[in-house]
Design a protein around this ligand. Sequence first.
Ligand SMILES: NC(=O)c1ccc[n+]([C@@H]2O[C@H](COP(=O)([O-])OP(=O)(O)OC[C@H]3O[C@@H](n4cnc5c(N)ncnc54)[C@H](O)[C@@H]3O)[C@@H](O)[C@H]2O)c1
Length: 409
Amino acid sequence: MAAAPAATFAIGTTGSLGQRGSSLPQSKSFGLKFNSLNHLKSFCGLKAMSSVRCESESSFFGNKTGAALRASFASKAQKENNHNSQPQASYKVAVLGAAGGIGQPLSLLIKMSPLVSNLHLYDIANVKGVAADISHCNTPSQVRDFTGASELPNCLKDVNVVVIPAGVPRKPGMTRDDLFNINAGIVRDLVSAVADYCPDAFVQIISNPVNSTVPIAAEVLKQKGVYDPKKLFGVTTLDVVRANTFVAQRKNLKLIDVDVPVVGGHAGITILPLLSKTRPSASFTDEEIDELTVRIQNAGTEVVEAKAGTGSATLSMAYAAARFVESSLRALDGDGDVYECSFVESNLTDLPFFASRVKLGRTGVEALIPSDLQGLTDYEQKALEALKPELKASIEKGIAFAQKQTVAA
Ligand SMILES: NC(=O)c1ccc[n+]([C@@H]2O[C@H](COP(=O)([O-])OP(=O)(O)OC[C@H]3O[C@@H](n4cnc5c(N)ncnc54)[C@H](O)[C@@H]3O)[C@@H](O)[C@H]2O)c1
């Protein structure tokens, strides 16, 4: 029987200014639609909040005006009307490291996106079983498996979004830097192939240490002459997902509404949740700020220790990465209201790469959002200054690694 998409359950939605009661349009709801009308109606899915002040954006192309943004919201409303909320599956996504702990659930969640036409699963380990299994889900995308380096070119051809969770995970006692020597080489080689076979794709790096693997990827793409800083992302969404969850629990807030920007990097103290920018606004005691900040920074270790030697966060990571992929696809599809935190090339601080909220568009990062970094509390300002030396060292380590190993042009 043919699989007919039907209506109602949205797996990926984005909050918009409209959700805050403004007259701006409500976000569109993407989704796989299931037949039960009320079933899971309130499921928030891969939701990213996107309420940012229009006047506070800077972009690679200079400042955006409020008028330009309002125009983009208006065109979004027009687009929604035209689309009748039925997205077209038309994007190709590749997952590199798809047989792994993150790769498998991530691939499943991407298979649920109505925007994906082709899902390519690649691993050096056998990924045929994962692909066969996922391919039986009655959602629009075609799933193909690719095993081993010789199949990588075909995997990457014409792909729009490449997600990279390939590598080794952290074991108890290991720091993210311990992973460096293994994962640095894996990311270098995979990104080198991306440069050759899909140089225009959005490249989303999950492999740790993200603070170093993203600069490595940038150097490799530069060496290949195809670096576009707007299209290279370190996936830090898990930090935001954790911050939202922990803050909602602590302050007894409705989880779906909570949005905490997380800036800096993606390891230990370089992860800086900006609790003062929590939406809806919430007040915290000094003890709560310290406790929540430390918990968000060490949440990965919480999972590593609970898994007792069998790996690091995989399921929550897959959820977070799927949300980032979905946001990217919506941006590619012309949604003018997509914001996520990500570790990207940045001029918001004196560091060359920095995680902040960014506006995503068809060409990648359309704007970095500086407003979260304005009016920080003393605690946040001190934490920001304190994280810079460590983040700088990790970035430089990545750059040095890539520069001493010139990739074949
Ligand atoms: N960004 C984040 O927030 C975040 C969170 C958790 C884990 N991670 C990182 O994600 C990575 C993957 O974690 P995991 O738990 O899925 O590990 P895993 O060992 O379960 O899976 C990794 C997969 O990568 C594959 N792989 C290894 N080398 C490869 C290569 N050269 N090409 C293609 N595939 C290759 C392996 O065969 C395996 O299937 C680790 O580096 C981990 O530290 C990142």
